[in-house]
Design a protein around this ligand. Structure first.
Ligand SMILES: [Zn+2]
Length: 300
């Protein structure tokens, strides 16, 4: 296999063993454009979804199983957005944002997280089918931005001191988004049981300061390889390890046969009510905006 290029559409694992820190760094370019192309969202929603997809990639890259799935969901009320869903499977990302255009138009150009979402929750679900591990953490959606909300997710739901940075920028008409996730796991390597996670461990503030010094335009610079950026941040450490890179892309898993089988399970009178004026049942995929036309005769 050719080596994965560490510029865009890739996630890279990072470990700083002497500081008991590990993390992921990711950058998305064509993946974000491909996801956004099927939606036609206003710029403020595009930026938010670009950051959310990057966060989803960072979290998805933490999954131990290749078939594992990660879902990020914000469910809220009272804001311009009432639902945002992103997910990750085998490096494939997808997402959508359900929003109210009228409410959005009333917001300032750079709205706060609270103005966008109102009041609600952020749910993150790690699903690892082989070991049958399913873990969902839910925290209030709080903070100045999505990165802060993710940080409080780790602090509250997993009790892991964490740093999350996200940035998204449109460069020459194309989106580039980048993110960094660092975590303190004092009992050593990834996968081992954590015995003494302490928020005041002296190693952690050091890592958090170095990691926190990353600039948004470094995260979104498509010409700066991710391993170079990690080196720039942590070159004074005793040892910095990078783990195998994961290639990222856009992928939707909607399937006309599956949609048909779901509709076929509805009672006949309910199916009847779904038939449109054109004589077919139309089902749209919220993630990729594909529209499936199902002939009622196919379901009989
Ligand atoms: Zn789809």
């Amino acid at each position: 296999m050719p080596p994965v290029q560490l510029y865009t559409d890739v996630a890279l694992g990072v470990a700083i063993p002497s500081r008991n820190a590990r993390g992921r760094i990711a950058r998305l370019a064509s993946t974000v454009d491909a996801v956004l192309a099927s939606h036609g969202y206003p710029p403020v929603i595009e930026r938010l979804l670009a950051e959310a997809l990057t966060l989803t990639a960072l979290l998805g890259a933490l999954l131990k199983e290749p078939e594992g799935q990660l879902t990020l969901q914000a469910q809220t009320e009272g804001g311009a957005i009432d639902l945002m869903v992103c997910d990750y499977l085998r490096g494939e990302l997808r997402g959508y944002v359900r929003h109210d255009l009228e409410k959005l138009a009333e917001l300032p150009a750079e709205p706060t997280l609270q103005q966008l979402f109102g009041k609600g929750f952020l749910a993150i679900t790690f699903d690892q089918p082989v070991s049958e591990e399913r873990y969902q953490g839910i925290v209030p959606l709080e903070g100045r931005n999505l990165a802060e909300a993710a940080q409080s997710y780790f602090a509250q739901s997993e009790q892991i001191p964490s740093l999350v940075r996200l940035a998204a920028e449109k460069r020459d008409g194309h989106w580039v988004a980048g993110g960094l996730l660092l975590q303190h796991l004092p009992e050593g390597e990834e996968g081992r049981e954590r015995l003494h996670t302490r928020l005041d461990h002296p190693d952690w503030p050091h890592v958090a300061i170095l990691g926190g010094s990353v600039k948004p335009d470094e995260l979104t610079d498509p010409e700066l390889p991710l391993d170079d950026l990690i080196w720039r941040l942590f070159h004074e450490e005793e040892e910095v390890r990078t783990l195998p890179a994961i290639a990222l892309g856009r992928g939707c898993r909607c399937d006309p046969d599956y949609v048909r089988s779901v509709i076929a399970r509805f009672p006949a009178d309910e199916r009847e009510a779904m038939i449109g004026d054109d004589g077919v049942i139309r089902v749209d995929c919220a993630f990729c905006s594909s529209s499936f036309a199902i002939q009622p005769s196919e379901l009989a």
